[in-house]
Ligand binder design. Sequence first.
Ligand code: AMX
Length: 431
Amino acid sequence: MSKLKEKLEKIIPGMRDDIRSLIKEHGDKEISTVNLKQVYGGMRGVRAMVCDTSVVPPDKGLIIRNYPLKDLFEKMPEEIFWLLCTGELPKADELKDLQKEYNEKGGVPGYVWKVLEAMPKDSHPMCMLDTGILAMEGESAFRAGYTKGMRKEDYWVPMLEDCIRILACLPELAAGVYRMRYNKGPRIAPDPNLDWGADYAHMLGLPDPKGDFAKLMRLYLTLHSDHEGGNVSAHTCHCVGSALSDAYYAVSAGLNGLAGPLHGLANQECLKWVIEVMDKFKGAPTKEQLEKFAWDTLNSGKVIPGYGHAVLRITDPRYDAFLAFGKQYCPDDPVFKTVALVFDVVPGVLRQIQKIADPWPNVDAGSGSLLYHYGMKEFEYYTVLFSVSRTMGMASQLIVSRAWGEPIERPKSSTTEWLKEKVGAKEPVRQ
Ligand code: AMX
């Protein structure tokens, strides 16, 4: 038995009892209210979900299982997955065991490549990635166990198995998508001697003589891993999983949400915007030029990608981490320098627009310039990197939800007519 499974077997009974007695003793207590503005406003701030893997206080940013993100910058992504699932960082032998499991359970099946090869050549890489994951659904241990009639208490076991299989295949699948979609030559086989992040960097096949790109990959995968439960990708994955759809269905669905420009796709939009600025001004712009470009973007009805957040009200600590990486590894890169300049100028512009709640950079504002520096210039691919990482968060949330037996999600929707009556904007209709 894997050490992660062993660990979860120890902690799950206590977690279940804790939640059951909490509901039994306090189930009727009110914890949140909802007003009309929230109903029409994307449910912002409505507390109606459970997610124990991480929290995002607006004034602090991501905290994974009580560890502020800044304390995790040096950790390997595998350590983060263990932490997300169990609430503790793994010991050295536990980390090794998880890495061994990834090596043993990897191997993208040949039929997946055939499916991807049959897709239109200009397919978006996110569509290819999500299709690749979904194509593997026939392998689901959860579906097989459910069909055989396994007990509800055991649901988390095949869910863990499926999630490990997906995570073990993901770098190979994602790197294969990159090489296929952008005609980079044959796929590069995984190297079992490398860790998860370094192996992904290796299979992408970009030049990395000093191993710095592999370092960036580890950081990238660590930083994007989770962002509590209410964001579009996590929430979608969670909702689909609550119907007892297996992890292949649920993760693929979550990633389809990540592919939206207001969510994960913002990282491709973001660097595109920076390069547009540089093209327009034939190099790094001055502050005045940049300010005017920002206003032109806003006045043409577009958003400034990489800025603003639904929850955060500070500079995203993930942005800080990328900025620090860039300052250490490529301080003179013109694109990176422009990204740093954007940070000096854009918050001042956005602050002048009253409706914008958060004028600060989010995770997507900085990462693209670093990828660009290491030779990854295909912006459309950037969300795939985000996806490989975010799958850790979605997968851990699925495992935890199955472990405590979360029921199918089914909030109540209302019609506009009903809402009007409820708030007294209209006389009740007599029937
Ligand atoms: N540029 C221009 N307008 C912005 C803006 C920005 N960067 N950020 C917010 N606004 C606008 C919104 O579009 C909204 O306008 P509307 O009322 O006319 O529709 C208004 O300000 C109020 O929005 P908000 O309450 O500040 O934010 P929100 O919770 O509705 O949306 C987000 C959050 C991230 C979608 C928004 O800030 C945005 O579109 N940012 C740019 C895209 C981006 O960077 N997305 C990535 C987010 C991180 C991630 O998931 N990867």
